[in-house]
Design a protein around this ligand. Structure first.
Ligand code: SIN
Length: 291
C-alpha cells in the first residue's frame, strides 16, 4: 500500500507502474481533498484504476470533467446524445481486429493531444481483452546518457494517416465493425512533437513516440529515422516497463497519455467486449530544450 494517502487506498502494481485505487465511490463529485489525492496518485503511478464502480453515462462525463475539459475525439462517431463518449464495442461474432490493437498514445497527432484517457468497462470477456501499458518515463531513464543527449533534441512527426487516412488501415478494412470509424484526408496532416516530452505535472522526462502515429524524425534520413524508431519501440515495450491490465465489469481506468503507451490485446473472439471512453484535454507537448 502506498502510505502517502489519507483519503484513498492506493495499491501500486508489482513493478511500481500502475495502481489500484479503492476506498471511495466515484459516482458523485469527489471532495476537494479526495480529488487532490486521486490526482497525486495518478501523477505517481501514471495508470490508476477503480474497481467495482458502476457509472451512468452522465456520471462518467462528470467524473471526467473533474480532471479537465473533454478532449477532441476525431474519426470515431461518438454515442448519440453523449458527444464526448466513445463506445468501444466488439461483438462476439466480430472478425475485425479489435480497436486500439497496437502501441500508441491517444491522438498524439493533435497539436494538443489529450492529457488522459478514461475507459469504463461494461461487459468484459472471460478471456483476453487485457490492455497493456508501457512506462515511458522508465524507458527514457534507462537510456544511456549519450542516447538521452541525442534524443533530447529530436522532434518526431505524428500523423493519423496510417489508421485513419484515405489509404489507411481502416479505409482498407473488409470485415464489418460495430464502431463507426470515419476515414478522412484530414488524417494525412502531420504535427511535430518533441521525442522526449517533459511532463507538466511531474517534471519527469518520457519517450513520446509510437508505431501507430509517429511517421519519422525531423532532420534524419528515412533509414536513420526508421532504425532509431524501431530501436525505441522495442526498447519501450520490454516486459520490464509493461503493466498488464486485466479488466472486470464496472472498472474505471484512467491513464496518462503524456508518459505512457497502451495496446489493447485481442484474444476474445466469441465474446462481447463493451467499454465507454472519454478523453481529458491536454497541452501542447513541451520538450527538454524548452524547460
Ligand atoms: C484504446 O483506447 O486504445 C483501447 C483500449 C482498450 O480497449 O483496451
Amino acid at each position: 500500500m502506498d502510505s502517502n494517502f489519507r483519503h484513498i487506498q492506493v495499491e501500486p502494481e508489482a513493478q511500481g507502474f500502475g495502481a489500484r485505487i479503492t476506498g471511495i465511490s466515484i459516482d458523485k463529485p469527489l471532495a476537494a481533498a479526495v480529488l487532490r489525492e486521486v490526482k497525486e496518485a495518478w501523477a505517481r503511478h501514471s495508470v490508476v484504476y477503480f474497481p467495482d464502480q458502476p457509472l451512468s453515462h452522465t456520471q462518467l462525463e462528470a467524473f471526467t470533467l473533474q480532471f479537465g475539459e473533454f478532449g477532441v475525439d476525431p474519426y470515431i462517431i461518438p454515442m448519440e446524445a453523449h458527444p464526448h463518449i466513445l463506445e468501444l464495442r466488439r461483438e462476439a461474432d466480430e472478425k475485425a481486429v479489435n480497436f486500439g490493437a497496437q502501441w500508441h498514445s491517444d491522438w498524439s497527432f493533435q497539436e494538443q493531444p489529450p492529457a488522459g484517457t478514461i475507459l469504463h468497462s461494461k461487459i468484459t470477456p472471460p478471456v483476453g481483452g487485457d490492455t497493456l501499458f508501457a512506462d515511458g518515463y522508465r524507458a527514457y531513464d534507462d537510456l544511456s546518457e549519450t542516447m538521452k543527449g541525442l534524443m533530447n533534441h529530436l522532434v518526431a512527426i505524428h500523423s493519423a494517416s496510417m489508421p485513419y487516412g484515405k489509404n489507411g488501415l481502416f479505409a482498407k478494412e473488409t470485415e464489418a465493425r460495430s464502431m463507426k470509424i470515419v476515414v478522412s484526408e484530414d488524417a494525412d496532416k502531420t504535427w511535430p512533437h518533441p521525442l522526449v516530452r517533459v511532463h507538466p505535472v511531474t517534471g519527469r522526462k518520457s519517450l513520446y513516440v509510437s508505431p501507430v502515429y509517429t511517421q519519422g524524425i525531423q532532420g534524419l534520413t528515412h533509414g536513420e529515422s526508421t532504425s532509431l524508431l524501431s530501436y525505441l519501440y522495442q526498447h519501450m515495450v520490454q516486459d520490464t516497463y509493461v503493466y498488464r491490465h486485466r479488466w472486470a465489469p464496472n472498472m474505471l481506468t484512467l491513464w496518462d497519455n503524456r508518459c505512457t503507451l497502451h495496446n489493447a490485446e485481442g484474444g476474445y473472439d466469441g465474446h462481447l467486449r463493451l467499454m465507454h471512453r472519454t478523453t481529458i484535454s491536454g497541452e501542447r507537448p513541451v520538450g527538454v530544450a524548452a524547460v
